[in-house]
Design a binder for this molecule. Structure first.
Ligand code: 5RP
Length: 218
């Protein structure tokens, strides 16, 4: 199985977590895109979707799937999204596509978070993938200096603006032994909107695409 086939397989498996008559949340990225494309076949089953990015919202609309503003929704039954890294506690690094803040918000509102990922994302220790941090533009240099004090090497994702009008610093060379603590520490730096660690709100279920098929990890 190729990496793309594994992504398609986990996207298909995630359809089983879609509850009839509810609003669901959907993330961003190539794996989430495969899920959106498969969801189109059962769109009549759900009320609609809250999307974590403008890109996903556009894709959903092209399929004729209703997209709701989060403020118009009281409850989201399940959030389905990919990840850049995942460990055995289902702590994640996300934000490779720069949508981390909205992803974190939709995940926070959702009753259940189902992460869909191919086996290349499975790690013992988080941090090989550079940790994305969304930053208010005027605070970029200050936040970069503070991140360097934590032992990382922040690199400005030049030319990239988030859907919220902010910047991304990708922090290289971290070996994240305490994901919850680091998530909180970085979020306390003034000027940080949020960071791509999903440890305080980890995934509830991981559908991992492997060469032997889809493994469910809880
Ligand atoms: C976007 C994300 C994605 O979930 C993450 O980058 C994984 O992407 P892909 O499914 O393309 O591998 O966090 O902000």
């Amino acid at each position: 199985m190729t990496q793309d086939e594994m992504k398609q397989a986990v996207a298909k498996a995630a359809l089983d977590y879609v509850e009839t008559g509810t609003v669901i949340g959907i993330g961003t990225g190539s794996t989430a895109n495969y899920f959106i494309d498969q969801l189109a076949d059962i769109k009549h089953k759900i009320e609609g979707v809250v999307a974590s990015s403008n890109a996903s919202a556009e894709r959903l609309k092209k399929h004729g799937i209703p997209v709701f503003d989060l403020n118009a929704v009281n409850e989201i039954s399940v959030y389905i999204d990919g990840a850049d890294e995942v460990n055995r506690h289902l702590h994640l690094i996300k934000g490779g596509g720069g949508a981390l803040t909205r992803e974190k918000i939709v995940a926070a509102v959702s009753k259940r978070f189902v992460c869909i990922a191919d086996e290349s994302k499975w790690v013992d220790v988080l941090g090989k993938f550079p940790l994305p941090v969304e930053v208010i533009p005027m605070a970029r240099s200050y936040v970069a200096r503070e991140l360097a004090k934590l032992g990382g090497q922040p690199v400005w994702r030049e030319g990239f603006i988030t859907d919220n009008g902010n910047l991304i610093l990708d922090v290289h060379n971290l070996r994240i032994m305490e994901p919850t603590k680091l998530e909180e520490t970085i979020n306390h730096i003034t000027g940080v909107v949020t960071n791509g660690l999903f440890a305080r709100r980890a995934a509830n279920v991981l559908l991992l695409g492997t060469k032997d098929g889809v493994k469910t990890i809880k």
